[in-house]
Ligand binder design. Structure first.
Ligand code: PLP
Length: 394
């Protein structure tokens, strides 16, 4: 066998988005790109804010000596200070550069956190549905995923999470605003989660870490900013990136923030820096660290995403699809009108609609649409959804 058996198994288990992408390429060749409605990828179609390009021009025009060299593996002090200042203001906690590690995106950051925290065989609880890569990231570091269903409306169920915690539990990963549902967890839910985790920690005599994956934190609608986990959960780490809020996914830039309330924050920081280095990332890209330092309060134009959300949500719910109106991120997660989500997604292809089955997110019976695509493509796709709904008698 040319590759490891485990990876061969993972390849087939994780291939949904890739399969749909390949299908899309085929359909685009046959029908032309404007006739194929590809809702599969979470790749922002908007451009980074103007301020990013201005800063890029300034740096390119005035190269500094040594700006491309290795640095402290945690990242530039200037960048970590900029991140810490904003987090301290938002959370009311004494966040310093000693709580911040710059990373290669949120994906890199999650791997660094999991490598730092997990002992072999320990469990990480994830509410379903979830970003499928968590499964592989946890496996990378010898852990296993324990799935816990969410409550009505895909909201977190703190009691169900508490019931799933056992002596082998090391961490819980949450993601709000959520991929794939677009749901945002309110402050009361985070507070309730903080309470039950603390009770479990006392009962079991060990620390359970809350890892909050937040790449969509600045992409929220209708004025409800997602609450800050540091305020509600003591043993928490935030992992985030500028892939979505500054539309820079190809640049691989993000950070980990350690809650200053954690007693062992300094040791965790040392562990994170070591793992950033030894996972081979070494440090987050130097040039982009300098670029994002002054942009910590910037984001892409959220109104563009809101318009796309409204267009698609109004049309689908009007057709009779059972779908929650997202409060953040750029995904919709409707229920399929038939049980078999894979069959549903296959039949949608007849109308040149490319969707991802909920099975790919640990939630069969649903499908995900990523609406970070051209608004005109969304408009063009609406009659295709109408025909799809008709086929299923909605
Ligand atoms: N977490 C979630 C929930 C995501 O949706 C993504 C990317 O789509 C990531 C993490 C990884 O993002 P990054 O590009 O910052 O590695």
């Amino acid at each position: 066998m040319p590759i490891a058996q485990k990876i061969e198994g993972f390849l087939s288990a994780s291939s949904w988005i890739r399969k749909m992408f390949e299908e899309g390429e085929k359909l685009r060749q046959i029908h032309g790109p404007d006739k194929v409605y590809d809702f599969t990828l979470g790749n922002p179609n908007v451009e980074p804010p103007e301020a990013f390009h201005r800063k890029l021009g300034q740096i390119a025009g005035n190269p500094l000596p040594g700006m491309h060299r290795y640095m402290n593996n945690a990242g530039y002090l200037e960048t970590r200070q900029a991140v810490a200042d904003v987090l301290a203001e938002e959370t009311g906690k004494p966040v310093t550069p000693g709580h911040i590690v710059m990373t290669c995106g949120a994906g890199g950051g999650l791997n660094v956190v999991l490598k730092t925290l997990l002992n072999p065989g320990e469990e990480v609880i994830v509410p379903t549905p979830y970003f499928v890569e968590y499964r592989f990231y946890v496996d990378n570091h010898g852990g296993t995923i324990k799935e816990v269903p969410t409550a009505a409306g895909f909201q977190l169920d703190p009691q169900a999470i508490a019931a799933a915690v056992g002596p082998n539990t090391r961490a819980v990963i949450i993601n709000s605003p959520n991929n794939p549902t677009g749901v945002v967890y309110p402050a009361q839910t985070l507070e309730a989660l903080g309470r039950v985790l603390e009770e479990k920690e006392k009962e079991l005599g060990k620390t359970i870490y809350l890892i909050s994956d937040e790449p969509y934190a600045k992409i929220f609608y209708d004025g409800t900013a997602p609450p800050k986990v540091f305020k509600h959960i003591k043993h928490s780490l935030v992992v985030t990136s500028h892939s979505k809020d500054l539309a820079l996914p190809g640049e691989r830039i993000g950070y980990i923030a350690i809650n200053p309330d954690i007693e062992d924050a300094a040791l965790i920081f040392d562990g994170l820096v070591f793992c950033n280095r030894t996972l081979g990332f070494v440090n987050a890209p130097a040039l982009i660290q300098r670029l994002v330092a002054p942009l910590q309060r910037e984001s892409v134009n959220i109104e563009e995403y809101r318009e796309k959300r409204d267009l698609l949500y109004n049309h689908l719910s009007g057709l009779g699809f059972d779908v929650i109106k997202p409060k953040g991120a750029f995904y919709l997660f409707p229920r399929c009108p038939i049980e078999d989500d894979v069959e549903f997604v296959r039949r949608a292809q007849k109308y040149n609609l490319l969707l991802v089955p909920g099975s790919g997110f640990g939630k069969p019976g649903y499908f995900r649409l990523s609406y970070c695509i051209d608004t005109q493509i969304i408009r063009n796709s609406l009659p295709a959804f109408t025909e799809l709904a008709r086929e299923f008698n909605l």
